[in-house]
Ligand binder design. Sequence first.
Ligand code: NAG
Ligand code: NAG
Length: 281
Amino acid sequence: MLLVRLAALVLSIHAASADLGKAVLFANGLKEPLRKLDDITRVATTKTGPKNLDTNSICKTLARQAGCTDDQVTGKEVWYADCDKPWALCRCSDANMSFDTMERRWAKVPVGLRSYGGTLLAVKRDSGCVAYTFGGEYIRFHGDCGSSVFIHEVSHTVDKGFSSTAAFKDGVAKSSCVPDSYANTNYVEDFAQLNVCLTWALRFGVLSDAAGKDAACMAPQYNLLKSDARIKAAQSATQCIPCVRNNCKTRGIDDDEEINTHNITMTQTSMCEFPAAGEDD
Ligand SMILES: *[C@@H]1O[C@H](CO)[C@@H](O)[C@H](O)[C@H]1NC(C)=O
Ligand SMILES: *[C@@H]1O[C@H](CO)[C@@H](O)[C@H](O)[C@H]1NC(C)=O
């Protein structure tokens, strides 16, 4: 049932995504030109502990869908210096990313953005990286996924319907370009790539310089993110923002403990494929 629903959703995403048809600012994707994202200082881990996983836990459910059996999945809780709440990390025993790698790459995601993200799961992939976001909150990484992918996926959790507003679509209509060809996939991917650009620009420089051409072509949509109070807060926070996750909206707390898949709608909100392998830690 769940798989059928997911399959239908994937089809509908593709059917509805008949390409935004825009020119692109970055001809070869964001990874190389915005490589400095990998240099974001990571916050220190203050504490870790094992996490027991119920059969119906998010991790086991998402792992099963990726062909990983329950007994292969283990969990860990990580507390970072910028938040009093932990995040749960899970991995399948043959996942390419170790717990340490996941912990370090997640630690580079700016805390206000990270606040929107829930449990992470890593599974194996032969080459490169594919990542999916479920329920607007849970992220499954296949393969070796770099910090720019972590930031792209967390951007889906920050979206919260922004990319489907008339205002955003109008901003896209008024723009003559989108960040890259992946952003052209649909409004959801465009939003995520714009937020990756914004994350870079707020810390490292001017997009036109990185692109080698004028970024004004995407200003109408980009400026909507840049001037949005909620996104601004997420980009500039120095401590985690309480209760911005879907989980918290329904439960009143920011914790994954005892959350199980009977209680949430596990819709896949995006699927992103990245040919390149992960970055340094
Ligand atoms: C993941 O690990 C497997 C071995 O378990 C290896 O064959 C594969 O190339 C790795 N994938 C990546 C993306 O490094
Ligand atoms: C979540 O599901 C479990 C098991 O199906 C149930 O016992 C629990 O009451 C549910 N929690 C909420 C908040 O609905």
